[in-house]
Write a protein that binds this ligand. Structure first.
Ligand SMILES: CC(C)(COP(=O)(O)OP(=O)(O)OC[C@H]1O[C@@H](n2cnc3c(N)ncnc32)[C@H](O)[C@@H]1OP(=O)(O)O)[C@@H](O)C(=O)NCCC(=O)NCCS
Length: 199
């Protein structure tokens, strides 16, 4: 089992790179960037780095493995909704990544937040990614367990959205169940909403 620890601010540039590589073929990100790979690779590391920084500055957890091959951004119970401060901090890298497609991304985020379960309080896995060169070695599983073990001890549920149907079985092995599906706009990608009750 890889060793998991909390990220430090010095780790965040590498966290941004690992997450950008992990999500390079993700259906939602390719849809949001209209398959503009150059723009994605230019903007995504900075965007994910800023996202991780905003979680690190609050009550959530940014977890990494010892090789910084993967990262998980976990929002603490009752802190899953983006605050105005977080949205403003993330706006410049989001614009660099998405340009004129930013309004569509914000509308998608609003739709996701509308579907987000309000109660009971739960840990929210907002981003999980392992760089493809580090996948299949247990990093993703360890990044999940670090928080779901705590959920089980404290009797707290957990929630996530899966952007790939192929990840559903992976998350199911960690105790998450699909509760509903959401489609982004007409012809847009799907999202599977998954909930985990504590054991
Ligand atoms: C989903 C994702 C985070 C999994 O990360 P990972 O580090 O490869 O996860 P793990 O190594 O723990 O598990 C992956 C598989 O490798 C297997 N595995 C775990 N440890 C292993 C080891 N030591 N040796 C070989 N295989 C291993 C697991 O059994 C698992 O198989 P399964 O899918 O059949 O359950 C990763 O594939 C990823 O980043 N994907 C792209 C981004 C993404 O989709 N993120 C989730 C958005 S919802």
């Amino acid at each position: 089992m890889p060793t998991i620890r909390s990220a430090t601010p010095a780790d965040l540039p590498q966290v941004g790179k690992a997450l950008a590589n992990a999500f390079a073929d993700d259906p939602i990100w390719t849809w949001l960037t209209s398959h503009d790979e150059q723009r994605y690779h230019r903007g995504a590391p900075g965007f994910f780095e800023a996202d991780a920084r905003s979680i690190l500055s609050g009550p959530g957890q940014v977890l990494v493995d010892e090789n910084l091959g993967g990262a998980a951004l976990w929002c603490a119970p009752d802190h899953w909704r983006s605050t105005v401060g977080q949205t403003l901090r993330i706006a410049p890298p989001a614009f660099r990544l998405l340009g004129a497609r930013l309004p569509r991304a914000l509308a998608s985020l609003t739709a996701m937040e509308r579907e987000h379960p309000k109660d009971p309080p739960h840990w929210y896995l907002s981003i999980l990614g392992t760089d493809p060169s580090h996948q299949g070695r247990g990093v993703g599983s360890a990044l999940i367990h670090a928080v779901t073990d705590r959920c089980d001890e404290e009797g707290v549920p957990a929630y996530l959205e899966s952007s790939k149907e192929s990840n559903i079985a992976f998350y199911a092995r960690h105790g998450f169940e699909v509760t509903s599906e959401h489609r982004f706009a007409k012809g847009g990608p799907m999202l599977w909403l998954m909930w985990r009750d504590p054991r």
